[in-house]
Design a protein around this ligand. Structure first.
Ligand SMILES: Cc1cc2nc3c(=O)[nH]c(=O)nc-3n(C[C@H](O)[C@H](O)[C@H](O)COP(=O)(O)OP(=O)(O)OC[C@H]3O[C@@H](n4cnc5c(N)ncnc54)[C@H](O)[C@@H]3O)c2cc1C
Length: 472
């Protein structure tokens, strides 16, 4: 295992016993798990972080359960890790200090879809893809679309400020969260934000909570902004012999004023992984762009075609119907599973640079791979400069080289004007690199904000901020 949880103080046996008793009494035994075998699956998420172990698991199904759990946890000084579908890729749901894992998937109701005001009210455990489909059945649209949409939850998306292929045109989760109901450590319930599209009353606490990675409050309800469903979607796939040519085409598409709803880039190693998993991709292609236009720009396919051809595209395929559209998406949709099969271990980074710097970032990734000898592949949401660089390795002897590769990637990203994480969050897996991007003063300010919400540091401890502030 490459990444281990930091060593944090764990709750004492006697405080755990007392908390267990109080939770059983207030919530009922069926909502409180304590058998180590039953608790052990709650130790991991979809990152490569080796878990701490949950001492207790609380299965919440009502906001009151959350308030009671956080009240008891604070009283007995037990750390609490909120957890939803555990598809997170930075260790956010891993219980780094043990204690209570608070499972939020039982709050899974879509409470309201309001067509007249373009608003929905949801509980946090609703699966994102199910929500998207429910909204679309009403002729409306919820744009945030993490590729994990059929498994992850809206609450997890809000905590991580999830993005996805459509973020370039439509923005990320934060752009759609109007209001939140949340519970603070200690059990206080707060209503934050608004239901209107405009509103500047007080500080923007909603925005602060979105992306807070379960460290400030536990969400029990969210009010989300919806859009009318866009008319018409045009999907095209362009093949290139080289990823640098493909990424330069991305720059030209953006410079031409075309804002595709998706602009996905796959490099040569990613295409090899996809081919190895049985998906047919033209053998000549060393890179692929999947481009989707919607609404008014759906009529701009010809312009798009001439731009990609000016960058020596080998071939351009345009979907003529839904079936063909789904086929053009096959390579993109298969790549997460396909890349997992390429090595025993895979670590996916999600760095972001200004889109015009993507060719430079890809060149850096190649250089780092050559320096360290670690296999890698890269794909991502090229329109907004968000590249998923996956490091692949088979045995523990390569771990030091992988860690060197990750640090070199983080440094190169920041040097190119970028940021460490576009959508997965810092969690446990990237906290050592935070000082590469943020100053000591800024990290200290954020720690102070955390203290205002959670004085004893019990809510999702060990996440986001490194133990020491010096640059690594
Ligand atoms: C195949 C695959 C593809 C992916 N693609 C994308 C992508 O395109 N874009 C993207 O952004 N991410 C992507 N991800 C990452 C992941 O799906 C997202 O981070 C997602 O938002 C996590 O949701 P979850 O329900 O699984 O949350 P979890 O992993 O359970 O938790 C994530 C964080 O949220 C906190 N949390 C959970 N519920 C609450 C709550 N109610 N209140 C407060 N905090 C809470 C947890 O403590 C943790 O810190 C992908 C993951 C996989 C496995």
């Amino acid at each position: 295992m490459l990444l281990r949880t930091p060593s944090l103080p764990r709750p004492t046996a006697s405080s755990l016993d007392q908390a267990h008793l109080a939770l059983d009494r207030r919530l009922g035994c069926s909502k409180v798990l304590a058998d180590p075998d039953i608790c052990s699956p709650y130790a991991r998420d979809d990152s490569d972080v080796d878990g701490g172990v949950a001492d207790l698991v609380v299965l919440a199904s009502h906001r009151d359960d959350v308030a009671i759990a956080l009240e008891i946890a604070e009283r007995f000084e037990i750390p609490v890790t909120p957890r939803a579908a555990a598809t997170g890729r930075s260790g956010g749901a891993v219980p780094a200090a043990g204690g209570i894992v608070l499972v939020m998937t039982g709050l899974a109701q879509i409470k309201e879809i309001d067509r007249r005001n373009l608003v929905a009210v949801v509980q946090p455990g609703v699966i994102t893809g199910e929500f998207q489909r429910a909204v679309e059945a009403e002729g409306l649209f919820y744009p945030p679309d993490p590729s994990s949409a059929d498994a992850c939850t809206l609450g997890g998306n809000i905590a991580e400020n999830a993005g996805g292929p459509r973020a370039f045109k439509y923005g990320v989760t934060r752009d759609y969260v109007l209001g939140l109901e949340g519970v603070l450590m200690g059990g206080q319930l707060l209503n934050i934000g608004r239901r209107t599209s405009k509103g500047v009353t007080g500080y923007d606490v909603t925005s602060l909570l979105v992306g807070s990675e379960g460290t400030l409050a536990v969400f029990t309800e969210a009010t989300l902004r919806l859009l009318p469903k866009p008319e018409g979607i045009a999907t095209a796939l362009a093949l290139f012999d080289d990823v640098i040519a493909a990424s330069e085409a991305v720059g030209s598409i953006v410079a031409a004023g075309l804002i595709p709803r998706c602009l996905e880039l796959l490099d040569d190693a990613t295409l090899d992984a996809v081919r190895a998993s049985g998906v047919a991709v033209d053998r000549r292609a060393g890179a692929l762009l999947l481009i989707e236009l919607d609404g008014e720009s759906a009529g701009s396919l010809e312009r798009l075609g001439s731009i990609v051809h000016s960058h020596d595209a080998l071939d351009v395929l345009v979907a003529q119907d839904e079936g063909q559209r789904a086929r053009l998406w096959t390579a993109r949709k298969s790549l997460s599973i396909a890349s997992r099969k390429m090595a025993r271990h895979k670590l996916s980074e999600d760095v972001v640079v200004p889109p015009s710097r993507i060719p430079a970032l890809l060149a850096e990734v190649r250089r780092i791979g050559l320096d360290t000898g670690v296999r890698h592949l890269a794909y991502g949401h090229a329109g907004d400069g968000n590249l998923h660089v996956n490091w692949l390795w088979d045995d523990a002897s390569q771990e030091a080289a992988v860690l060197r590769s990750i640090e070199a990637l983080m440094r190169a990203t920041v040097a190119l004007g970028g940021t460490l994480s576009g959508e997965h969050g810092i969690g446990l897996s990237k906290l050592a690199y935070l000082p590469i991007e943020q100053s000591e003063a800024l990290i200290a300010l954020q720690r102070d904000i955390k203290k205002v919400f959670d004085q004893k540091g019990l809510l999702n401890p060990g996440k986001i901020f490194p133990a020491l502030h010096h640059a690594c």
